[in-house]
Design a protein around this ligand. Sequence first.
Ligand code: KG4
Ligand code: ZN
Length: 353
Amino acid sequence: MALDSPPAGPVLGIESSCDETAAAVLDGSGKVLAERLISQRREHAPYGGIVPEIAARAHLAYLPDLVREAIAEAGVRYDDLAAVAATAGPGLIGGLIVGSQVAKGIALTAGCRYLAINHLEAHALTPRLPGVGSAEFPYLLLLVSGGHSQWVAVEGVGNYQLLGQTIDDAAGEAFDKVGKLLGLPWPGGPALEQLATGGQPDRFRFPRPLAGRPGCDFSFSGLKTAVARAIAQFPEGPLPLADAADIAASFQRAMGDVLADRAGQAIALFARLHSEGRLLVASGGVAANMALRSALAAVAAGSGFSLFAPPARLCTDNAVMVAWAGIERLRLGMANGLNAPARPRWPLEEMAG
Ligand code: KG4
Ligand code: ZN
C-alpha cells in the first residue's frame, strides 16, 4: 500500500511485544510530544520471568489509559493523526494482538494510516531519531536484548542483512539467568550492572565462548553454566555480598570481552560489504550497560569506527522508537492494510521487498 505524500501530522506509537506497555506521540518531524510507559516488572517478578498470559492481560488493562494520556499530553486530536504505528512482531502473541488491535481500531475510527512495525526495526532505527542521533545508512548494528543478539548491516529502512547471531541464549537472557543465580531481582541486567560496580572483574576467569573464532556469532550458555558452577562452590544459602559482586563483575567482564571480540569480526565483515561505513550502533536493552558500551567503543575506535548507543531509556523497550519507525516508513510511502497480522516470529532479514 503506497502513499502519495509524506506525513504532515503526528504519529501515535504503541509498544506491547514483551513486558513494557507504552504509548508515544511524535510530530511528523520526529519530535516527541508525549510519552507514557508502564513496566510490568512487578507483575512478573514473583515468577522470575515473563508469564505471557499475565503480560497480555496487563497490556489490555494499561494500554487504553496510556494512549488517552499520551494523546491528551501531546495536545492532539485523534483526527489529527497521520498514522498509528504498533509493534506487530516479533514478540509474545497476546501482547502483539492487544497492541495492534488497539492501533487498528484507532486508525479505523480516526481515518488515518496503520503501520505494522517490526520491533527489531524500531530498535535498529532509534539512532536516527532527531535529537537522539543522526546515524546515516549504512551502519553496523549490534542488537542485544532479552530475546535477540545479532549483528546486522542496516542498509536502509526495511533493508537489513544479518551478519551473525546467537546460537543459543540471547545476551539479555544470560544477564537475567545469572541475575537469578545471584538472587537479584528480575530482570537481572540492570541490577547486575549495579552490583558489579563494587566487584573485582578479574577474580573469576569465566569462559569467553567463541572468542577468536571466525564469523561473528555468539554463544552465551556455557558462560552461564560456568557462573552456576562457581556459585555451587560456595556453601548453601545466600552468597556474601562481596563474593556476589565479584561474580557479577567477572561475568560482566567476560560479556564485555566476548562482545568486543565478536565486534572485531563483525566490523571486518561489515567493512567488506560497505567500505564507506564507519558507524557501529548498539541498541536493545543490554546496550544500556555502560561497561559493555566502553568495551565496544574501544574496539570500534581501534578499527576507525565510532560507537553510538541511544540513551538507556531508548535502548530498552519504548513506544517512541515504534512511532519513529512508523515515521521513517511513512516518509517512504509505506503503510499497511488493517488485515496485516501480528507475527510472533518476524526476522529482520525477512522485511525486504
Ligand atoms: O530490549 P529490551 O528492553 O526488551 C526486549 O526486547 O527483550 O531488553 C531487555 C533485556 C533484559 O534481558 C534486561 O536484563 C537487559 O535487557 N538489560 C540489561 C541492562 N538493562 C536491561 N542488561 C545488562 N545491563 C543493563 N544495564
Ligand atoms: Zn526490545
